[in-house]
Design a binder for this molecule. Structure first.
Ligand SMILES: NC(=O)c1ccc[n+]([C@@H]2O[C@H](COP(=O)([O-])OP(=O)(O)OC[C@H]3O[C@@H](n4cnc5c(N)ncnc54)[C@H](OP(=O)(O)O)[C@@H]3O)[C@@H](O)[C@H]2O)c1
Length: 200
């Protein structure tokens, strides 16, 4: 599989490392251009390359891992998504430490907003509920598997993402559609944060 990332910081690097270990190819992109990602690519090793946003967005699976306030810019002007899968790892922080203010969502879930900014993409919300350190950690904890919540409106896309993260070692748990499942796993809701390990 080819996985692209829009954003190349902690979350994207954690996901990229799992993907590479599982034998996939990853193209990482950021706002400043591929030439700024040399160290990251070197650290991730063979299987990783730096690309433009457009190159990353052309992959089979695309991970959105940019700050919420930059999401409109990060998705702007990309070619038609043609049903490709956009994995939304974002959380709607308007600011980071120390105050962590939330951006207004005007009654929608953050992933519904992401979907509206990426017409034609099949959006699956995933990787947003754990801190980057836990995303990066070995998913096969204490003989179990780390649970990864996901939600989305396209059953086949969710299945494909579930298979992908299973190949990384996680135990995916489908919460439903972007409106209901997406809400349960977004900031300030019960499934944002808990680190669960499944033993069965
Ligand atoms: N960190 C965590 O523990 C964690 C856990 C779960 C979910 N999340 C969420 O996941 C997302 C990513 O978090 P993060 O901590 O990995 O990184 P982050 O600090 O939120 O984002 C930084 C990355 O986004 C890139 N970026 C900024 N504007 C961009 C644009 N217009 N186009 C493409 N890339 C752009 C930056 O590239 P430049 O350096 O070139 O600007 C950098 O690679 C956020 O929405 C965050 O809330 C974070």
């Amino acid at each position: 599989m080819h996985i692209g990332t829009i954003g190349a910081a902690d979350v994207a690097q954690a996901v990229a490392a799992h993907a590479i270990r599982a034998g996939h190819q990853v193209t990482l992109s950021n706002s400043r251009g591929p030439e700024t990602l040399g160290e990251v690519i070197e650290r991730l090793g063979p299987g990783a390359r730096a690309g433009t946003r457009e190159e990353a967005a052309a992959a089979d699976f695309v991970l959105l891992a940019a700050p919420w306030v930059k999401v409109p810019q990060a998705l702007a002007g990309l070619p038609d998504w043609q049903g490709r899968i956009l994995m939304d790892a974002t959380n709607h922080f308007a600011t980071y430490a120390p105050d962590y203010q939330r951006s207004p969502l005007d009654g929608r879930t953050s992933s519904e907003i992401v979907a509206s900014l990426a017409p034609g993409a099949r959006v699956v919300k995933v990787f947003n509920t754990l801190i980057a350190r836990l995303i990066a950690a070995r998913p096969d904890e204490r003989g179990g598997r780390r649970v990864l919540f996901l939600s989305g409106d396209d059953a086949e896309a969710k299945q494909q993402v579930a298979d992908l993260v299973r190949s990384f070692g996680f135990s995916p748990l489908d919460l439903g559609c972007l409106k209901d499942g997406g809400r349960m796993q977004q900031l300030d809701n019960p499934l944002a944060g808990p680190d669960l390990i499944r033993f069965t």
